[in-house]
Write a protein that binds this ligand. Structure first.
Ligand code: AGP
Length: 609
């Protein structure tokens, strides 16, 4: 997820672009750049690091311009660096991009064969060369863009300028957001409204396949065939702070609602339902490596450790590879016995967690290969690992991890299928079924998000309790742990997650009519067992909340507070249960007046021991 912005008007464009990028910094902040029309040429200024580095780098430049584009990056292809920063330039074309181009490698090969020379590792630069290959044939920038995007597979929101057509910006989108701001003789494009909200509240929201052409005279909207369109102008009532959160009160809630997009971006271009294959390059691993694996160590901290626990169930069940899970701060000191041919899968949103990095180095020292499942390109874990799989959930600002967690589960699911296929323990038909479910997951998460009001009702009943118990069995036991951790870290209510079968071995002594017990009741081989666990709790006066799966007739008569998530296979039910689990913690914490995005005593990335 990146932030793009463009401006044409009567003011100096530089401070407007820089200020706008700062408003978009929550979308990405590993490198930034601007491009400006200046005396008939396009000047480009870019640098690695945050926007203030860019701002400092252009201080004192004799630059004044009334039209330009800008970009703040969250790297998905190519590490954070000046040469990978946007805007990218090819021939007379300069552009900024938010999204992921799935077929960029094949396009890059074709363009190289035609003599195009590339200077970056990014998918974005390919778009630039593609458009300039049409402007070089005499097409204007609008036509060249229309022709070029026909070759693109994936997601894009583009801001494009051309040296031969000064003071004109072309903007076009598919599956990445793009809005147009209409000021007083000045016009804006951006990934999100906050970028220009202090200048105008009149906005046109571009839909997929729509293009805007902006000049000093105004804005024209077309479909990608060039047919003019009439678009509604929306007046935005938000204040700038609310706008940065996309209208949500907290980043955590915004990130919970971003999950369909985050999952789509994480799976995009990484498998084929038609063939049942997972794209191994995305794990930077070879089939031969997967075949030779005889043990997997899953290592992480906190919520990422919960993902590791789910990963063990997926990997052993689907790929039949013996796996064990470690909390990183334990692994690093326990003198682990790591047999030859082991793989350590290190899971970390930030890629900078001190305990996880130390465990990763310990595993490597003991001879294991390391695969890092990470959300930050250029992070220490991703740079030191032998292989990396980047989750493309975009920056996660809220300290409580949500979208990063569910995209980690998706990454582990893809890995399990890839490993199973490589080892011949999963046939093509079964793989296609599992991958087809993955394709359906984003819309099922959308459906699960509609449970928000029912969850709020439950939160209102229980937000003043002192203790909370979460129970699950099998692959949902880690989700019970996740629910308890989320509640603890943002509402400060003491909560515990337990394997439901353990109740009779102690925790059941806690049950009384003040103790709410949330039970994850999936329709799996232990469904009957979990129903009897519910009976155990109820017979001792405990208050039961159940998360179940649509179609489970038996549970409603047992538990009036039952929330039903959409049906999907047992592995991905963990993702769907996570949605209400996170929403419940969020609403309870809001009702308790807690600081949602920066809970007390916590940090987003624990870079110290
Ligand atoms: C999760 O909500 C917490 N913020 C915390 O447990 C986090 O998961 C843990 O610190 C690991 O962080 P990482 O994924 O960046 O390594």
């Amino acid at each position: 997820m990146c932030g793009i912005i463009g401006y044409i008007g009567k003011q100096n464009a530089i401070p407007i672009l820089i200020e706008g990028l700062k408003r978009l910094e929550y979308r990405g902040y590993d490198s930034a750049g601007i491009a400006l029309f200046n005396k008939g040429k396009i000047e480009v200024r870019r640098c690695a690091g945050k926007i203030r580095e860019l701002e400092n780098s252009i201080k004192g430049d004799d630059l004044k311009s009334f039209a330009g584009i800008g970009h703040t990056r969250w790297a998905t292809h190519g590490r954070p660096s000046e040469e990978n920063a946007h805007p990218h330039k090819a021939g007379n074309v300069v552009l900024v991009h938010n999204g992921i181009i799935e077929n960029y490698l094949e396009l890059k090969t074709e363009l190289k064969e035609k003599g195009h020379v590339f200077t970056s590792e990014t998918d974005t630069e390919v778009i630039c060369h593609l458009i300039s290959s049409y402007t070089q044939k005499g097409h204007n920038i609008k036509e060249a863009t229309q022709k070029a995007i026909k070759h693109l597979k994936g997601a894009y929101a583009l801001g494009i300028i051309c040296e031969d057509e000064p003071d004109k910006i072309v903007a076009v989108r598919k599956d990445s957001p793009l809005v147009v701001g209409l000021g007083d003789k000045e016009f804006f494009i951006a990934s999100d409204i906050p970028a220009f909200l202090s200048h105008t509240k009149d906005v046109i929201i571009l839909d997929n396949g729509e293009m805007a052409v902006i000049t000093h005279n105004g804005v024209s909207i077309f479909d990608i065939s060039g047919k003019p369109l009439k678009k509604k102008i929306t007046n935005i009532a938000w204040n700038p702070a609310l706008a940065e959160k996309g209208g949500y009160n907290h980043f955590m809630l915004k990130e919970i609602y971003e999950q369909p997009r985050a999952i789509m971006d994480t799976i995009r271009g990484r498998f084929s339902v038609e063939t049942g294959d997972v794209n191994l390059e995305e794990f930077s691993m070879k089939e031969s490596e997967l075949k030779k694996l005889n043990k997997i160590f899953l290592i992480a901290c906190g919520t990422s450790w919960h993902a590791a626990l789910v990963g063990k169930y997926m990997i052993e069940d689907i790929a039949k590879i013996p796996s064990e899970v470690d909390i990183a701060s334990e692994f690093r000191y326990r003198n682990p016995i790591i047999p030859k041919g082991s793989l350590a899968i290190v899971i970390t949103q930030s890629g900078e967690t001190a305990d996880t990095l130390a465990a990763q180095r310990e595993a490597q020292k003991c001879g294991a290969k390391v695969l890092s499942i990470c959300n930050v390109v250029g992070s220490t874990s991703s740079r030191e690992a032998d292989s990396v799989f980047f989750t493309h959930s975009g920056p996660e600002i809220g300290v409580a991890s949500t979208k990063a967690f569910t995209t980690q589960l998706v990454a582990l699911y893809l890995f399990s299928i890839a490993a199973a296929k490589a080892r011949g323990v999963l046939d093509a038909k079964a793989a296609k079924e599992l991958l087809n479910d993955l394709l359906l997951l984003p819309e099922k998460v959308e459906e699960a998000l509609k449970l928000n009001d029912s969850i709020l009702k439950i939160a209102k009943e229980f937000f003043q309790v002192k203790d909370f118990l979460y129970m699950g069995r099998g692959i949902n036991y880690p989700i019970a742990l996740e629910g308890a951790l989320k509640l603890k870290e943002i509402s400060y209510i003491h909560a515990e997650g337990y394997p439901a079968g353990e109740m009779k071995h102690g925790p059941i002594a806690l049950i009384d009519d003040d103790m709410p017990v949330l039970v994850l009741a999936a329709r799996d081989k232990v469904h009957e067992k979990i129903l009897s666990n519910i009976e155990e709790v109820k017979s001792r006066g405990g208050k039961v909340i159940a998360f179940a799966v649509e179609g489970d007739k038996g549970i409603s008569s047992l538990v009036p507070h039952t929330i039903f998530v959409p049906k999907i296979n047992q592995y991905l039910t963990t993702v769907l249960f996570s949605v209400p689990i996170h929403l419940l913690a969020y609403h309870i914490a809001v009702l308790r007046g807690c600081d949602i995005d920066q809970p007390r005593n916590l940090a987003k990335s624990v870079t110290v021991e």
